[in-house]
Design a protein around this ligand. Structure first.
Ligand code: DGI
Ligand code: FE
Ligand code: FE
Length: 186
């Protein structure tokens, strides 16, 4: 698989609603800025960012079947909110849809919502770009944007803290990988 930015954008576009496509473009531009600042592989960052929400609009039932059938996907996902499924399943779906084989890109797509232990620079850049892209207005996002000008780990940590607080304030479950990411960075 060797596709240009525009070819990749044309590939994902039919899978996304207009607003989600626009989010994807903003995540990609944000991720490329972070890659310049923190030294990520620019081409891999671009591919992972463009593809990160590929499975966002797939029916919940389809995502569930993929989780049940692919041994690499943790069955634990099914005990948590379905919002967490599109990353891990998308990373696997893209093997057949796009011949995506690069494990480091698949990892960044898979963990973009939850984070995980031992995130690579590529994982962190996609995770953070998804959180701080200019269209986001989460409470506390401005502080994370400031941290992202200086320190990738501190910015990811603050994004994780904000998300954990948001979820617990709303009495929602927290996927263990989110705590694993937090515990490692703290
Ligand atoms: O797909 P996007 O909308 O661009 O963003 P995303 O993939 O980061 O999904 C964000 C949603 O996932 C957000 O509303 C919070 C929700 N979520 C549900 N459970 C968890 C979770 N996020 C994390 N990090 N951990 C969870 O356990
Ligand atoms: Fe997402
Ligand atoms: Fe996203």
């Amino acid at each position: 698989m060797s596709l240009s930015r525009n070819e990749l954008l044309d590939f994902v576009r039919p899978h996304l609603k207009q607003s989600r496509y626009e989010h994807t473009v903003r995540v990609t531009d944000t991720a490329l800025e972070l890659a310049e600042r923190f030294g990520g592989d620019v081409h891999k960052v671009e591919i992972a960012a463009i593809l990160h929400d590929f499975a966002k609009h797939k029916p919940k039932e389809d995502l569930k079947q993929w989780i049940l059938r692919d041994q690499r996907l943790s069955k634990d996902l099914l005990d948590y909110h379905h919002e967490l499924w599109h990353g891990p399943v998308g990373a696997i779906m893209l093997e057949s849809e796009l011949e995506l084989k690069d494990r480091s890109i698949q990892s960044a797509i898979a963990c973009h919502t939850s984070g995980k232990k031992n995130m690579s620079t590529l994982d962190k850049i996609v995770f953070l770009a998804d959180y701080i892209e200019p269209g986001r207005n989460f409470s506390g996002v401005e502080e994370v944007r400031e941290l992202a000008k200086e320190n990738l780990d501190e910015a990811c940590l603050q994004a994780l803290i904000n998300t954990i607080q948001f979820l617990t304030n709303n009495q929602r479950s927290v996927y263990p990988d989110t705590f694993h990411a937090y515990n490692q960075l703290i």
